[in-house]
Design a protein around this ligand. Structure first.
Ligand code: FAD
Ligand code: SF4
Ligand code: SF4
Ligand code: SF4
Ligand code: SF4
Length: 414
């Protein structure tokens, strides 16, 4: 019987799942079990599309279709919670089991705080995540740095600090991620800054770190993070998965790898934020970069915090509706609405038509607000500071006192 807090190694009982899964197929087996047992109505997972640079979300209702999603797509940079909100009514009308990276898990919490998704109807299977590579950048990197044709690659892996590609003819080539990133290739910039390596916000957190000896590559390390996760593992054990208790050495290795990744995240944050400069210099840089915006709305469409039916950036009294490039107010509105809750998912940067480093700007702002108010987005259901402000009361105070600050959040006892 599994319980919240348990750590175990798990692998699929079914031989095909065991062979085709990334690390023993436990995740595929758990998803299939959840569907077959009626715990959920559907599974939302990610499958390979036309090639391994094309990660496609897929809603599955037939258990036999789940096998097509086995394997990890490191060029899969989708943000799954926004898909649940937009296309599946926030899981209000069906129970869904879903796989999630750390940024997905954080975005899910932010959407849940805003009543845009129903956590009660979701079983979340988290995947540890060392980082993902933008599909376009991956193609360029494989061409330029690996000297290989991106269309000849049939598999990619991240192992022991290397990005490894395997060609149609069976050639393996690996290059250290450090070396790739020093030259501007490798993981997305937001992934380099990310410190959500083991997504403990999910019901289960699954990954290969801490699987050693004979089981290395053939089992997944599962951390049970909730009662819901414990229930799924308990019911699936012996039927869909086999489990084993990891040795103290395995636990220690997993802890050390996570610790090293967190340190690396800090180092990357410092380096990237330092390049932005401070104060006026930073503002000038942001204004210069955003001046090439063509108002394609990808940043707003894909941000998990942006869910408003009537976006303020579309109100002509705030942003001139005909202007391309839009005035800086367009960006200021988004910064002021999103910065306290930005989860550094990177979508607003990766999908920006003009390659504006939006996520870097927003994450830097968010970290400053976190230092000021102590609120860390995406880790639990705690509301951001501004959610506690009564706007009408603040407007009255402004009118009564002549204060120039609408939200007097710095005052004592606020
Ligand atoms: P499988 O049975 O093969 O099932 C894998 C499931 O993952 C599938 O259901 C599929 O829907 C889902 N999936 C695949 N790609 C994505 C994606 N891009 N986004 C969301 N869901 C996806 N583990 C570590 O310990 N350390 C790491 O650094 C690490 N980095 C990872 C980076 C990425 C981008 C991904 C996707 C996974 C990473 N993992 C990492 C997790 C690890 O690779 C395995 O997914 C995990 O051990 C489960 O293996 P499995 O055989 O049980 O999964
Ligand atoms: Fe993984 Fe973090 Fe990058 Fe998301 S932001 S893909 S969790 S490293
Ligand atoms: Fe993600 Fe950008 Fe929104 Fe931050 S602002 S949550 S990085 S889309
Ligand atoms: Fe809502 Fe502001 Fe985002 Fe527009 S920019 S969708 S108003 S949060
Ligand atoms: Fe402007 Fe980029 Fe946002 Fe498009 S995605 S509206 S170009 S900042």
């Amino acid at each position: 019987m599994a319980a919240k807090g348990d750590m175990l190694w798990a692998w699929a009982k079914d031989g095909n799942m065991l062979d085709n899964g990334e690390c023993g197929g436990a995740v595929t087996a758990l998803l299939k079990f959840a569907l077959e047992s009626g715990a959920v109505d559907a599974v939302l997972a990610v499958k390979k599309g036309v090639d391994l640079y094309d990660a496609q979300p897929v809603l599955i209702t037939k258990p036999e279709d789940i096998a097509q999603c086995a394997g990890s797509l490191h060029c899969g940079t989708l943000l799954i919670p926004k898909i649940i909100k937009k296309y599946f009514d926030g899981a209000n009308r069906m129970k869904i089991a879903v796989t999630m990276k750390g940024c997905d898990a954080k975005a899910l919490y932010e959407l849940a705080k805003r009543n845009q998704v129903n956590l009660d109807n979701l079983i979340t299977i988290g995947l540890n995540c060392g980082g993902s590579v933008s599909p376009i950048e991956a193609r360029i990197m494989i061409q330029e740095k690996f000297g290989l044709n991106p269309d000849d690659i049939v598999k990619e892996e991240i192992d022991k600090g290397q990005f490894i590609v395997i060609t149609k003819s069976g050639e393996h080539k690996g290059i250290k991620i450090d070396e790739l990133e020093e030259e501007g290739y490798g993981r997305r910039l937001n992934c380099q800054r990310c410190k959500t390596k083991i997504p403990r916000q999910c019901d289960l957190a699954c990954g290969n770190w801490g699987v050693i000896g004979d089981k290395a590559g053939k089992a997944t390390f599962v951390e049970v993070c909730s009662d819901k996760g414990a229930d799924l593992v308990t019911k699936a054990t012996g039927k869909a998965i086999e489990t084993e208790v990891p040795s103290p050495a395995a636990l220690s290795i997993r802890g050390k790898v996570e610790g090293a990744m967190l340190k690396l995240g800090d180092k990357c944050r410092n380096a990237q934020f330092e390049k932005l400069g401070d104060g006026k210099k930073r503002l000038d840089y942001i204004m210069e970069q955003t001046s090439r915006c063509i108002k394609c709305y990808q940043c707003i469409e894909n941000c998990p915090i942006c869910y408003c039916v009537e976006c303020s950036t579309k109100k002509p009294h705030l942003v001139d509706s005909g202007a391309v490039n839009p005035p800086f107010m367009f960006h200021l509105i988004r910064y002021s609405h999103v910065a306290d809750s930005c989860v550094n998912c990177g979508q607003c940067q990766e999908l920006c038509a003009m390659d504006i480093p939006n996520a870097l700007f927003m994450h830097a702002l968010q970290m400053e607000m976190q230092e000021m108010f102590g609120h860390e987005p995406g880790v639990n259901m705690e509301l951001p500071v501004l959610a506690y402000v009564e706007e009408s009361a603040e407007r009255k105070r402004l009118s009564d006192t002549g204060s120039d600050q609408i939200f007097n959040i710095f005052s004592e006892g606020a």
